[in-house]
Design a protein around this ligand. Structure first.
Ligand SMILES: NC(=O)C1=CN([C@@H]2O[C@H](COP(=O)(O)OP(=O)(O)OC[C@H]3O[C@@H](n4cnc5c(N)ncnc54)[C@H](OP(=O)(O)O)[C@@H]3O)[C@@H](O)[C@H]2O)C=CC1
Ligand SMILES: O=C1O[C@H](COP(=O)(O)O)[C@@H](O)[C@H](O)[C@H]1O
Length: 500
């Protein structure tokens, strides 16, 4: 049902010819009507990329450089870039900002030049109907609306869009965190689905655009040697680790309310788990791929149903990483120590399926960690029997699938080198080229081409909250102590035994 006073964007322009709203954006759908989700024969061509929050960190550090890279790799692509945000930029300042971002990704070529000559920016309050309408008026044709805004502002901008309506064929790109719990994610899902159909909603998780994550598909399903072993009969445990040297990096406004569990595990690492553990999809089309991921996440819950027993949290104190001296997290600008925000989170979950019953999946991510480690570590069960006569240890094989950089390594027991009767540990390693596009480039390509395969579907966004909610509740109730580790260490001493 359309809210009282809701009007179509085009109708609005027609009935108020002197007001903003007479630009070239067209909205031929009535605001508030439920968009159809039947797949179009061919998705409409997106003519404009509208970045809301274009003056922010995400836009300038990741999104615009990725756009530049995409246009360099695909010089025939044409797109009008419209930026919008609270900041005031004149035309020259905006163009300089975009070209600086493009320079940072060595972007060049016809498509880049063409974009730079037409790009525009409008300063507006994106929580108001007038503000949102004024930026839509700068757009042409079908628009990809990318919300690089704080989550609360995104919600209000979507409410405005629901009232105004969007041009036919438009798509939405929504950043994480998507909601703050399952209920708010559900509410946001309902809101955005009233604006455009589900297949036009791209809930962004840039880990799904990483080559290393995408390579899991080829590794698992294009080889004979892994998939037959990819189950609880042969795999003992799986660790998905993303430990960073980066600390808070002036992001207290966001991070101090999120913490490591929400920032990394609830989103990125559960997505990686889903691709690692899902059943083989028949195709990589969005329906097959996203159904397979969704089924896996629906079967996932905290280990043994015990949120407190299966999770740990810690926060960094002052320390050093390389030549950088870091203050304690609680002394960082903008941090409120009473929020008890964790900077290191660990959670063990189970995937309750025939394939994975009894295999612990441990997800861990921390900031200001001395040993940068970003990988999926698959520990196999030990060989059932080593023939008498072979000397030495035969520990379990371990497969390391790096999430960054692009590498895969398999720890094997061999008796080849040296004494042929004595076992030794050897590592078979392959380094491969990064993809043509960085993660955000893949994300943008999916959005601009109307392919939601690498986006998170509505149900999955809610499932990921359902999985971590018991942990958030246990932590809020204080049943899991907030431990400490020195910045530059590998986490609290007592945790050392858990992940190698
Ligand atoms: N930065 C990152 O590395 C990542 C960020 N994200 C997500 O991206 C989103 C944006 O993050 P980030 O760029 O870091 O945040 P910033 O705070 O740096 O940027 C937010 C932008 O929104 C603008 N803005 C805020 N309120 C309004 C308003 N009422 N009207 C118009 N513009 C407004 C800000 O303008 P002004 O500055 O003038 O107030 C700014 O341009 C968040 O959801 C975040 O979780 C996701 C992954 C990584
Ligand atoms: O989304 C986020 O991801 C980054 C880690 O991803 P990377 O691709 O930049 O390595 C993390 O640092 C940040 O806290 C989080 O918000």
């Amino acid at each position: 049902m359309a809210p009282e006073g809701a009007r179509d964007h085009q109708a609005d322009a027609a009935s108020n010819p002197g007001e903003p709203g007479t630009g070239s954006a067209r909205a031929s759908r009535s605001a508030g009507s439920r968009p159809s989700d039947s797949p179009p024969a061919e998705p409409p061509r997106i003519e404009t990329l509208l970045v809301l929050g274009a003056s922010g960190d995400l836009a300038s550090r990741l999104l615009l450089p990725a756009l530049g890279q995409l246009l360099t790799v695909e010089p025939d692509r044409r797109i009008l870039l419209v930026g919008a945000g609270a900041e005031q930029y004149d035309e020259e300042q905006w163009r300089t900002r975009v070209s600086d971002a493009f320079r940072s990704s060595q972007a060049s070529g016809d498509a880049v030049d063409e974009l730079l000559s037409h790009t525009r920016y409008r300063s507006a309050d994106l929580t108001s109907d007038d503000g949102v309408r004024s930026v839509l008026d700068e757009c042409e044709g079908a628009v990809a609306i990318y919300f690089a805004l704080p989550p609360a502002i995104t919600f209000r901008a979507c409410q405005a869009l629901e009232r105004i309506g969007v041009p036919d064929g438009s798509v939405l790109g929504l950043e994480k965190p998507f909601g703050s719990d399952a209920a708010s994610a559900h509410e946001l899902n309902e809101l955005v689905q009233r604006i455009v159909p589900e297949r036009s909603i791209h809930r962004v998780d840039h880990f799904l655009g990483r080559t290393t994550v995408l390579n899991l598909l080829g590794l698992r399903f294009a080889n004979r040697v892994f998939e037959p072993l990819w189950n609880s009969t042969h795999i003992e445990r799986v660790d998905i680790v993303y430990d960073e040297e980066l600390a808070l990096e002036n992001r207290a406004r966001y991070y101090d309310h999120a913490g490591a569990l929400v920032d990394m595990l609830q989103s990125h690492l559960l997505q990686v788990l889903a691709i690692f553990a899902m059943e083989p999809p028949a195709t990589l089309g969005e329906a097959d791929l996203r159904d397979a991921k969704s089924t896996t996440l629906r079967a996932t819950q905290v280990w043994g149903g015990d949120a407190a027993g299966s999770s740990r949290r810690a926060r960094y104190t002052a320390g050093r990483i390389g030549d950088r001296t870091l203050p304690a997290y609680t002394d960082e600008a903008g941090v409120d120590p009473s929020n008890e925000t964790e900077t290191l989170a660990e959670l063990t979950v189970e995937v309750g399926t025939w394939r994975w019953a009894g295999v612990p999946f441990t997800l861990r991510s921390g900031k200001a960690i001395g040993r940068k480690r970003r990988e999926i570590m698959v520990t196999f069960r030990e060989a059932p029997r080593v023939p008498s006569g072979l000397e030495g240890e035969a520990p379990a094989n371990v497969l390391h699938i790096a999430l960054a950089p692009e590498r895969i390594a398999l720890e094997l027991n061999m008796n080849g080198p040296g004494d042929p009767e004595t076992l030794s540990r050897e590592v078979m390693q392959a380094d491969f080229d990064p993809g043509r596009l960085k993660a955000y480039g893949e994300v943008l390509r999916g959005i601009l081409d109307g392919d939601p395969s690498l986006s998170i579907r509505a149900d999955t966004a809610e499932q990921c909250w359902r999985i971590v909610e018991p942990v958030l509740e246990a932590w809020r109730a204080g049943t899991v102590p907030l431990e400490e580790y020195a910045a530059g260490s590998n986490g609290p001493d007592a945790w050392r035994t858990s992940i190698r």
